[in-house]
Design a protein. Structure first.
Length: 115
């Protein structure tokens, strides 16, 4: 069975935290990427108990922004040669998959509201 965006977001947060635990000397980067990566799943979880469709979409849009921020930090770490290309691509791909799932969910809700 395919994993949900929330399940993938939890995996991403754990994998990012594990990666950061091996990085020494860049606390400003590791703090930021851990915050953004863990925020994705937290916002998806909040969306599950949204008060309205607008609230649901808003929470997913925040999660989408956090996924974009996480990808940006991954890029910074890779281009700075702090992480290797394999790690970068694996985490970036997971982040991109989550983002695409969020976009699909947001699009679905918005299109239903317009009908």
């Amino acid at each position: 069975m395919a994993k949900t965006s929330h399940e993938l977001a939890i995996e991403l947060a754990v994998e990012t935290t594990e990666m950061c635990s091996r990085i020494k000397g860049y606390p400003e980067y590791t703090k930021q990427i851990i915050r953004s990566a863990s925020s994705i799943g937290a916002n998806i979880a909040e969306a599950k108990y949204a008060e309205s469709n607008a609230d649901f979409v808003h929470k997913l849009e925040i999660a989408q922004k956090e996924a974009n921020e996480t990808e940006t930090w991954l890029c910074v770490l890779w281009k700075s040669k702090i992480i290797d290309e394999i790690t970068f691509k694996a985490l970036r791909n997971k982040c991109g998959k989550i983002r695409r799932m969020l976009i699909a969910s947001i699009t679905t809700v918005k299109s239903k509201e317009q009908k």
